[in-house]
Design a protein around this ligand. Structure first.
Ligand code: WT7
Length: 631
């Protein structure tokens, strides 16, 4: 399928996609292998919501990721795997080898009781077997639920229970920079309260000593030896579930975002081709972790659907030193590099001495994802990494959108620092005011909504469809609400300004304030807490916690450490507050609602213009909070 090659063509395709979305996406879908063609391209109703793309169609996404490229691409590299430690041997997987390993592991899953529709939890480091595990699930129609390896046992067990996983795939340990993390031990702890898990498949990665539960635990390596290498691709309905991925919202526990097979395949592929402009024979590298949606869509599915060659990296940006990304780019002659603003800012802070030793002359396109990229980081990335020659694609999207919705097309859309620019064909953004009225014209700002379904839109939140409706489709009737604020400038370019709900974005990781508060409240001495985000030079947002402590004998430093431990235990180290202020009360309205606006201002260092405080129950509380604010 020819991709867009000029701005005029983009405009033409965009118009086509709005005038006749069904015809537009049907044409895109034609290029794939369907075991049976769809009956209807699209059925939708945002009020319920029901969204069905390619209903009646049968396919298996792995057939499109793997089998479809064989035998032509048998010897082409699918993944160059680069280990955490550069002295360890790298691994290359060709399309043929990947196909074979996926089929073998698919049979391992079957041999261990997994069948179509069963949920399989995957909790692993960034090793090739992680991608293989996802694809093996998809091969047999099992639904994968990947949990990021940085989440705690408590967070893991909550996710396993919520979707009732039958199997867990993990490894003994994980390498992360200089550290070795015993992740099987985390699984063991999580499973103490997950009786539904029948089998745990354990890969050996770090030779870490592990506890062994006879009858439950099996070894990846032994199981693979026993398994057949032939595994037919399970016929899946286009609307059968492909995966669940948990993400945080402004209230309650994280919810399981559900994506289905057909539409997700068509859209992730389309967006990959057009945004990155991948050329046959090129090398593409997305530095995300497969534990997040970026890894699902743009390390596993889309690049394989496109028959691309990717780098998969196990490590972290600053190990063994802050030149690692640039060294890996030179090593594999990476053409397209896709990373997060927080990584760019962290590496920028380390200084150019870590960049200078590397040529970086293979680079053609740079990408950014996960949070707004500030102008300074954009310029640094452009000048020092792209040498002023590589277009930067600032890609805006969400776990719920499955793929990139607003982004420049590399080399085609004129870029502007910190702007995600324009919607992809098939994406119809609108800005609305608080009441849901559309804000027309340019040079405006509002809440970002999408008014028409694209193929990889969220279908439901696992086990609780009403929550999906409430969260995304009930704020503004007839629209999908993103939770983001957004500007549209004089050129009609979109600039995402950040969340307008109580969701934090810390180093590109999404966390709910309520979630962090309930973790803090687990501490015996804390009766109440309020968490807000504040601008952080590297992380984008830092976490500022106001806590009410009942124990007058506890010193602030001890309390701080204990709260950090409590949060790490409930969620994971990524959710640890950066600042904790002990207060005697929180600013509340007479009806008892915390006025977060004031807390946010104080956390930002603002002490004067706190806005209207006349509705406050106890104005003295604000004085105390300002006086004790942590710089
Ligand atoms: C939220 C979604 C998209 C995959 C990784 C994060 C923020 C994401 C951008 C961007 C400004 C961005 C939004 C969004 N965000 N990309 N290019 N510019 N903000 O997925 O965890 O579901 O988070 O990340 O606030 O709503 P996620």
């Amino acid at each position: 399928m020819a991709r867009i090659t000029s701005f005029e063509e983009y405009q033409k395709e965009y118009k086509k996609s709005v005038d006749n979305p069904e015809a537009f996406w049907a044409e895109q879908a034609e290029q794939f292998t369907w075991q049976k063609k769809w009956d209807t391209v699209l059925k939708w109703n945002f009020a319920e919501p029901t969204i069905e793309w390619f209903a009646g169609g049968k396919l298996n996404i792995t057939e499109n990721c793997l089998d479809r490229h064989l035998p032509e691409k048998a010897n082409q590299v699918a993944y160059y795997w680069e280990p955490n430690n550069p002295t360890e041997k790298a691994v290359t997987l060709t399309y043929q080898q990947l196909h074979q390993q996926v089929c073998r592991f698919a049979n391992v899953l079957k041999n261990n009781g997994a069948k179509k529709g069963d949920r399989v939890c995957i909790y692993m480091p960034m090793v090739p077997e992680l991608a293989i595990a996802l694809l093996a699930c998809a091969r047999i129609g099992a639904v994968h639920s990947v949990v990021f390896g940085g989440f705690s046992a408590s967070a893991l067990s909550g996710r396993i229970q919520d979707c009732d996983c039958k199997l867990v795939v993990t490894s003994d340990g994980a390498y992360r920079g200089a550290k070795t993390i015993p992740i099987k031990a985390v699984v063991d702890e999580a499973l103490e309260i997950c009786p539904g898990v029948e089998k745990v498949i354990v890969l050996n990665r770090t030779n870490t000593e592990i506890k062994w539960v006879e009858g439950r635990d099996v070894r990846w390596e032994e199981e693979v030896q026993k398994a057949n290498a032939d595994c037919p691709a399970e016929p899946m309905d286009a609307e059968d579930m492909l995966f669940i991925l948990y993400t945080s919202g402004s209230t309650g526990k994280p919810k399981g975002v559900v994506h289905t097979c057909g539409g997700y395949m068509v859209y992730t592929h389309y967006s990959f081709e057009n945004v990155f402009q991948y050329n046959e024979g090129g090398v593409y590298w997305c530095t995300a972790d497969i534990g997040w949606v970026t890894g699902h869509s743009y390390i596993v599915y889309a690049p394989l659907l496109a028959g691309a060659t990717s780098v998969m990296f196990e490590g972290v940006p600053a190990y063994p030193d802050a030149g690692r990304f640039w060294q890996v780019i030179d090593k594999y002659k990476v053409n397209i590099f896709y990373t997060a603003p927080t990584a760019i800012r962290a590496l920028e802070a380390m200084g150019l001495d870590y960049v200078k030793p590397y040529k970086l002359d293979s680079l053609r396109v740079l990408g950014s994802v996960g949070e707004p990229i500030n102008e300074e980081a954009w310029n640094w990335y452009n000048e020092n990494i792209g040498k002023g020659k590589c277009p930067i694609v600032d890609t805006w999207w969400q776990t719920e959108t499955g793929g990139i919705l607003i982004s420049p097309l590399a080399g085609i859309t004129k870029t502007k620092p910190s702007f995600a620019t324009l919607p992809l064909p098939g994406v119809q953004p609108i800005l609305v005011d608080e009441k849901g009225n559309e804000i027309m014209g340019n040079g405006v700002e509002g809440n970002l909504c999408i008014k028409f379904p694209w193929p990889s839109i969220i279908r439901t939140t696992y086990g609780d469809h009403e929550r999906c409706r409430q969260t995304y489709f009930a704020t503004y009737l007839g629209l999908y609400f993103t939770g983001d604020g957004c500007k549209r400038d004089e050129d009609g370019y979109y600039r995402i300004t950040g969340r307008v709900d109580d969701v934090l974005n810390v180093s590109g990781h999404r966390l709910g304030t309520a979630e962090v508060e309930s973790a803090i409240n687990m501490h015996v001495d804390i009766v109440e807490s309020a968490v807000v985000g504040y601008p952080h030079d590297i992380k984008g947002q830092g976490i500022y916690a106001y806590v009410i402590c009942t124990n007058k004998n506890k010193d602030a430093e001890t309390l701080r450490k204990e709260i950090m431990a409590e949060v790490a235990k409930a969620i994971g180290p990524i959710a640890k507050p950066d600042k904790i202020q002990i207060v005697t009360g929180l600013p509340k309205t007479r009806s008892g609602k915390i006025i977060r606006r004031i807390l946010r201002k104080v956390a930002e260092g603002e002490t004067n213009n706190l806005g209207d405080i006349s509705t406050l129950l106890d104005p003295l509380v604000v004085k105390e909070i300002i006086a004790g604010a942590i710089k």
